[in-house]
Design a protein around this ligand. Structure first.
Ligand SMILES: Nc1ncnc2c1ncn2[C@@H]1O[C@H](COP(=O)(O)OP(=O)(O)OP(=O)(O)O)[C@@H](O)[C@H]1O
Ligand SMILES: [Mg+2]
Length: 307
């Protein structure tokens, strides 16, 4: 198994000189992202997602622990050149959009007609071809995010690290980005993205991690997490709802859920009552439900010491 991004027991504390207090934004955080997956990095505001991303990009150092980006220590300039990065709040210079994208390409060692061609290509991918000569400093929030994506892709990176890539995008652009990311994954690239748009994450991410107060609270394949409720929904016809606790009836169709281990007994009861089974399905949870569950979990005693 090859990992493209690894955090090993990373702790990051920010120090406030004014109050002399320390804030632990990441707390013994470990995670390994596999090559070729779309990985969703979730968690409430202030959970530490952007902090983790900034450490991976080498913008600052962990307080303790370490990690690797494309097999090199965080901050390695060679590895950085093979990564495309989109910051949470895109702040761009007052330059023509095309020039900005070329600027980022040049930072990654690109140049000449190859860079000109690629800059036009990525601006077209994000739907900004008609705005390529406009001053990006005057762009709308969504347009800025599009330029940000274009610059992240200009060097055809192996790994895309995107901090909330679609937060300002309109629905059409979101679909565009979704297709773009799936296309990139199918071409063998890896995508690590943070997002609060859980329905989008459900659609495209192969695996997700949820961070809560700097600690890893959940990790798994998206499909497994969504089915891990351990309950089965049974829909039947031709029995009275009163036979099953919590059953709802509508137009002669009765639905209820049981713990998965009690599924067989419930189905036998339906048949014994002369009912007809319409469907039996694992209860699918949403990432939103899991997210709310995680954020309601109490602080572990270990992380109470530092504020
Ligand atoms: N430069 C900094 N100096 C001091 N504290 C910081 C700094 N950057 C982040 N923090 C703090 O670290 C914690 C984690 O912040 P971070 O930006 O990593 O969260 P996040 O998960 O990205 O949140 P969001 O979903 O709102 O983007 C927060 O309490 C934040 O105030
Ligand atoms: Mg953030």
């Amino acid at each position: 198994m090859s990992f493209v991004l690894e955090f090993e027991n990373v702790t990051k504390e920010y120090r406030s000189f004014a109050s002399k207090r320390r804030l632990r934004a990441l707390d013994s955080f470990s995670l390994a992202v596999e090559a070729g997956e779309i990985f969703g990095f979730l968690g409430p505001n202030g959970a530490g997602k952007s902090t983790a991303i900034h450490l991976a990009m080498g913008f600052m150092q962990p307080t303790s622990g370490n990690g690797r980006l494309l097999g090199e220590s965080f901050g390695d300039p060679g590895a950085r050149r093979r990564v495309g990065f989109l910051a949470e709040s895109v702040a761009l210079y007052h330059r023509r959009a095309e020039r900005l994208v070329r600027f980022y390409g040049a930072l990654n060692g690109m140049g000449g007609t190859q860079l000109d061609k690629r800059a036009r290509e990525v601006l077209e991918i994000v739907g900004l071809q008609d705005h390529a000569n406009r001053n990006a400093g005057k762009f709308s929030r969504g347009m800025l995010q599009r330029v940000g994506l274009a610059q992240a892709m200009v060097n055809d990176p192996e790994l895309l690290i995107l901090d909330e890539p679609t937060s300002a995008l309109d629905p059409l652009a979101r679909v565009m980005v979704r297709e773009l990311l799936i296309g990139a994954r199918n071409a063998g690239k890896t995508i690590f993205l943070s997002s609060h748009l859980l329905s989008e994450v459900e659609l495209i991410c192969d695996r997700v991690a949820m961070l809560h107060r700097g600690k890893l609270a959940r990790l798994g394949r998206t499909t497994d997490l969504l089915q891990a409720g351990g309950r089965t929904e049974i829909i039947v016809r031709a029995i009275a709802p009163s036979h099953f606790e919590g059953a709802a009836a509508r137009d002669g169709i009765v639905s209820f859920s049981v713990p998965t281990h009690g599924q067989r007994a419930a189905l036998e009861k339906v048949w014994n009552l002369g009912g007809e089974v319409v469907s039996v399905n694992p209860v699918r949870r949403s990432l939103e439900e899991i997210f709310l569950e995680v954020t309601a979990e109490p602080l572990s005693p270990l992380s109470k010491g530092v504020q």
